[in-house]
Structures are given as structure tokens and as C-alpha cells.
Design a protein around this ligand. Structure first.
Ligand SMILES: NC(=O)c1ccc[n+]([C@@H]2O[C@H](COP(=O)([O-])OP(=O)(O)OC[C@H]3O[C@@H](n4cnc5c(N)ncnc54)[C@H](OP(=O)(O)O)[C@@H]3O)[C@@H](O)[C@H]2O)c1
Length: 289
């Protein structure tokens, strides 16, 4: 199977690349090799390479910066996926794309299902929602996986930031009234591979939009506590954690208060489930740096 991976140097892309390589001919492209703002180059690249599966792990993920550069965020999170989906549809190829829990406003009071109403609170969420809609409108064979609170041992993420702050400071304040599903890139990549395996075997489930996060909700504070417990268990210096309200955390961006995702549809339709977030975090912390 000929696979094209975009965003190969992102935190998810780095987890996906070695797994996808086991499925045949993988072309893993970084931003330096394919600039997604250049839509003609993107379209030409797909027409030239003719992949059977396109995996798009590239995105504008700078949530605060998106408020100041909405056009750039929409170009990457909506226009580029639209072009990808149109070209993939023309080739008859599958598209595997990732979206976010930030398409929701977080006011529902229970884990979100795929058909719950979207109402993004910030530009990043709006741009990702526009990308979802564009992919569906293209009408090809596509899987859109909404995931959340991604972390790994690479890149920019809460895990690495929290480890640094806990080592450097005496006290760290963490938001305790925002809830979501912390998800390791390794767990999401493994689930993605299980989906790709079914596609490669000619036995895919239905295309469309699915929630794909580690199970069990947590607040940022609970996630920080688990990271701190690991540092202490290793005998490393570790700051005191202080729970605070989101309203007391200086941020220019509104974020959903409770964007936990119900991931049962992916298990029902594709037989794929991610582990509990504590299990996935432990595996990430125990693995190689
Ligand atoms: N991070 C989260 O907490 C989170 C939560 C929910 C959903 N998601 C979604 O999950 C997916 C993966 O996220 P991630 O955390 O792995 O993101 P990431 O680490 O920020 O990686 C994004 C990748 O996109 C590439 N990219 C950015 N601008 C580009 C451009 N103009 N042309 C080509 N490539 C470009 C980046 O390349 P460079 O490294 O060269 O800049 C990077 O490799 C995204 O769709 C994201 O929206 C993420």
C-alpha cells in the first residue's frame, strides 16, 4: 500500500511514521518537503505520487497564535485539508485526518458524541471544524479522528512543559476546572494503525467522523499530579502543585470547560479503542525519551 504522511515531524507524525512504514511504501513529508500553504504544490504532489492512503498529521496547532493569524490557521486547517480531500477523492484514495475536541464549547455536561452540536470557542477550533466540513463535502473515503490533549516525548505539549516547570520551580499552579481526555501520541498512532490495517486488508469500517482519545476524563490538574507522581517516584526534584480556576489562568483564548469525548462509536464500527489515559501516560513515561 502506498501511503503519504504529512506533518512527519510533528509529535503525532513522529509516532505514526514508524508504524505506517510497516504497511508498505511510506512517503513521510515534513514542512520543508511540502509546504501546505502552497495548494498547487500540494495538489500536484498528490497527482504525481498517487498514494492509496493519505495521512494528514500536519496542522496549525498554535491555539493562542491562531487568534492573531486566523487566515493562516484557516489556510492550514481548512483549505489544505479541503484540497487533500478533493485530490484523494479523485484518486479513490483514503484520507486519514485528525481534528480536535476544541470544536465543542464544553458546556454539554457529558462526554461528547460525534453528532453533538459543534460550537468552537476559539479560532483554532473554528478552523479545525471548517476542515472537518470541507473533508466531508469532498465526498471521498475519509476518516476524521477527533482527538484531544495530545502529548508525547517530543515537540511542544503539556507533559514536557509540566515536567520542566515541576523540576525548575517551587510551586506550579494548574487549572483544575477544565476537563478532557489526555491522549498519548503513541496510543493514537497505534489506534490509527489498527484502522489502516483494516483499510489495507480491504475490510474498512464506515468512513466519517469519529472520536479517538484515551478513555477516562481528567482535569489539567489531575494530569499534572500524575506527571508529578512519576517525577517523585524517580527521586527527581518536584514542585508543589496548586489547583487554580481557569478564570485565574492568564490566557487570551477561551477553551472548553469540559470537552471529554465519548469514543464508543469507533469501537462499535471499527473495533478500535484507545487505552485509559493513566495507562497510556505510564507507557509514555516508561518508554525511551
Ligand atoms: N496537540 C494537541 O493537543 C491536539 C489536540 C487535539 C487535536 N490535535 C490535532 O492532532 C493533529 C496532530 O497534532 P500535533 O500535536 O502532532 O501537532 P504538531 O506537533 O504541532 O505538528 C504539526 C505538524 O504540522 C506541520 N506544519 C505546520 N505548518 C505547516 C505548513 N505550513 N506546511 C506543512 N506542514 C506544516 C508542522 O511542521 P513543523 O514542525 O516543520 O512546523 C508539524 O510537523 C493535528 O491535526 C491537531 O490539530 C492536536
Amino acid at each position: 500500500m502506498k501511503i503519504l504522511l504529512l506533518g512527519a515531524h510533528g509529535q503525532l507524525g513522529r509516532s505514526l511514521a514508524p508504524l505506517l512504514a510497516s504497511f508498505g511504501e511510506l512517503q513521510a513529508l515534513t514542512r520543508a518537503e511540502l509546504e501546505l500553504h502552497d495548494l498547487p504544490a500540494l495538489r500536484q504532489g498528490l497527482r504525481r505520487e498517487r498514494p492509496q492512503l493519505v495521512v494528514n498529521a500536519a496542522a496549525w496547532t498554535a491555539v493562542e497564535q491562531a487568534e492573531h493569524e486566523p487566515q493562516a490557521a484557516f489556510a492550514l486547517n481548512a483549505a489544505a485539508p479541503a484540497a487533500l480531500a478533493e485530490e484523494a477523492a479523485a484518486l479513490g484514495a483514503w484520507l486519514l485526518h485528525y481534528s480536535t475536541d476544541y470544536v465543542f464549547d464544553g458546556r454539554l455536561g457529558r462526554p461528547y458524541r460525534e453528532d453533538d452540536a459543534c460550537a468552537p470557542l476559539n479560532v483554532y477550533g473554528q478552523s479545525k471544524r471548517a476542515g472537518e466540513q470541507a473533508i466531508v463535502a469532498a465526498g471521498g473515503k475519509a476518516l476524521i479522528l477527533r482527538t484531544s490533549w495530545l502529548y508525547s516525548r517530543h515537540g511542544r505539549n503539556f507533559l514536557l512543559t509540566m515536567q520542566r516547570l515541576l523540576r525548575e520551580r517551587a510551586e506550579v499552579r494548574v487549572v483544575a476546572d477544565q476537563f478532557g481526555n489526555p491522549t498519548s501520541c503513541a496510543a493514537l498512532a497505534a489506534a490509527s494503525l489498527a484502522l489502516v490495517a483494516r483499510i489495507a486488508a480491504g475490510n474498512p469500517g464506515p468512513g466519517g467522523l469519529y472520536h479517538a482519545s484515551c478513555t477516562g476524563g481528567a482535569s489539567w490538574y489531575e494530569l499534572a499530579e500524575a506527571i508529578a507522581a512519576d517525577l517523585r517516584a524517580r527521586g527527581e526534584p518536584c514542585a508543589r502543585l496548586l489547583p487554580i480556576a481557569a478564570a485565574d489562568y492568564p490566557s487570551s483564548v477561551a477553551r472548553p470547560a469540559d470537552s471529554r469525548l465519548d469514543c464508543s462509536a469507533l469501537q462499535r464500527d471499527w473495533g478500535v479503542a484507545l487505552p485509559d489515559w493513566r495507562t497510556a501516560l505510564a507507557a509514555c513515561l516508561a518508554g525511551p525519551a
